[in-house]
Design a protein around this ligand. Structure first.
Ligand SMILES: Cc1cc2nc3c(=O)[nH]c(=O)nc-3n(C[C@H](O)[C@H](O)[C@H](O)COP(=O)(O)OP(=O)(O)OC[C@H]3O[C@@H](n4cnc5c(N)ncnc54)[C@H](O)[C@@H]3O)c2cc1C
Length: 447
């Protein structure tokens, strides 16, 4: 039994480890076109902000270590095509092009950065950030002392994390965002907190500014003016790497990523897909979604690997939980946001509250702002967002759990949550948010 895996990062290597655990006799071949496998891309911004750390610190296991576990990892091997009828992949390496047969195939080709058609975007000094090779180039330029000013094109979460990383290296940073505010997937109340934190740390924020061109000196010309830079980072999102699958006849879903069932099977027999190239079932929207995240990639890879090895595991689905930090502010979301609600033609109530992160007058207590989206008829929570200078990540996880359990805001308000002044107030912001939402709902129902 030969199991071939295309792509060797979160999804691909989780799949490989799972196959190994379940079928010690299987031959496992991982084909990775890049220079690294099994690294934590999510840690890149924090590695970049620390000049003492080697970028390869982010590698969890090297190809040699995988080989010692009986997993044949081949770097700089690109899969050019899949022939499902003959069950083989065509592979290109410096040594030539050849075909490799498979019994089961796992497509874990991930995603690639979107690069908008801006004049000058291909100049040296303009970077994207997706993998360790991208990160190494940025780190090298900073270490060379060439970067005093940086422009980040795109105000998404990676742009925010990179604004922090570059500021920590003493670099003057400007964030240029085409839309009206940073982290546009969040409500304005949340975006404002993020913007204020950027401004507090002297990051310039240009919103409603689309980039027209980048000139030879790396000055970025936008609809709002010109910003001089020594380094430009384009971070405007990703698209799933689906060409390989699509050309082999594997069905794509409505989001444009690879359609999979709950066992991570694609439309072709013996071919699985996982991670940022694939869709996931959104449990709240009850529809396929494309929310490319490391957490999902790891879990989907595990299920794909298990099932490729003959098991019957299920990936239950996602509720769209994500969090990030920018300087001292934590930000998180789960469930549906405004765009999802509008797209689905829903009429959910939006409730905003702000409450202290810690016990009354406890040092370090700071306001946390919570936005809840609530189904009007039932009071069921359908989405939550939170931001502030306190613990947000684990609080968002409570809301995510509530979504998994189909809880109403009444249910959430009755939760027995911990209280200790350094950790949380008597009424945690979660309970306050649920209570405020319940009252908002009652008011709305009364008309
Ligand atoms: C800076 C940054 C911060 C992030 N922070 C977070 C975070 O905090 N939390 C979170 O959940 N997620 C985060 N993510 C997202 C997370 O890193 C990705 O979701 C995750 O890496 C996806 O893993 P993957 O294996 O599906 O795809 P990828 O990481 O894209 O790996 C796919 C691999 O497939 C290879 N490949 C593609 N096509 C071929 C081919 N034809 N032949 C051979 N190889 C091929 C590619 O070279 C690539 O190495 C972050 C990402 C970045 C860049």
């Amino acid at each position: 039994m030969r199991i071939v895996i295309v792509g060797g990062v979160a999804a691909g290597m989780s799949a490989a480890m799972q196959v190994k655990r379940r079928r010690a006799d299987a031959e496992i071949v991982v084909l990775e076109r890049g220079d690294f496998v099994a690294y934590g891309a999510c840690g890149i911004p924090y590695n970049l902000e620390d000049p003492a750390r080697d970028i390869e610190d982010l590698v969890v296991r090297t190809p040699q270590e995988f080989r010692a576990h009986g997993i044949d990892v081949r770097l700089r091997h690109e899969v050019l095509s899949i022939d499902p009828a003959r069950k083989l992949v065509r592979v290109r390496h410096a040594a030539g092009i050849w075909d490799l047969e498979y019994d089961r195939l796992i497509v874990a080709t991930g995603a690639s950065p979107l690069v908008p058609p801006i004049r000058g975007v291909d100049r040296p000094g303009v970077h994207v950030l997706r993998d360790l090779s991208d990160a190494a180039k940025i780190k090298q330029r900073i270490a060379g002392g060439e970067v005093a000013r940086a422009v980040i094109v795109g105000g998404g979460y990676i742009g925010m994390e990179m604004a922090e990383a570059l500021r920590q290296r003493g670099i003057a940073v400007t964030v240029v965002e085409r839309l009206g505010r940073v982290v546009f997937g969040f409500e304005p109340a949340i975006s404002d907190i993020v913007r204020d934190e950027l401004l507090r740390l002297d990051v310039r924020v240009e919103t409603d500014a689309s980039v027209d061109s980048i000139d030879e000196q790396l000055s970025v010309h936008t609809s709002a003016g010109t910003v001089a830079a020594d380094l430009v980072l384009v971070s405007v999102g990703v698209r799933p790497n689906v060409a390989l699958a699509r050309d082999a006849g594997i069905a794509l879903g409505p989001t444009g990523a690879i359609a999979v069932d709950e066992g991570m099977r694609t439309s072709l027999p013996d071919v699985f897909a996982a991670g940022d190239c694939a869709e996931a079932h959104h449990l709240v929207a009850d529809s396929p979604a494309y929310i490319p995240l490391g957490t999902t990639a790891n879990k989907q890879g595990k299920v794909a690997g298990a099932n490729a090895a003959g098991a019957h595991e299920v990936f239950a689905g996602i509720v769209g939980t994500a969090a990030f930090r920018v300087f001292e502010v934590e930000v998180g979301r789960t469930g549906l946001g405004r765009a999802d609600i509008e797209r689905a033609g829903r009429d959910d109530l939006v409730s905003i509250s702000t409450h202290a992160s810690r016990g009354h007058a406890f040092p370090g207590s700071a306001p946390l702002t919570t936005v809840l989206f609530v189904e009007r008829d039932t009071g069921r929570l359908v989405g939550a967002q939170m931001a502030g200078r306190g613990v947000v990540g684990t609080r968002i996880d409570v809301f995510a759990t509530a979504l998994h359990a189909n809880m109403t805001v009444d249910d959430i308000e009755r939760l027995d949550l911990a209280y200790a002044p350094p950790i949380a107030p008597v009424y945690d912001p979660i309970l306050i948010a649920a209570s405020v939402a319940r009252k908002d709902l009652e008011r709305a129902r009364r008309g």
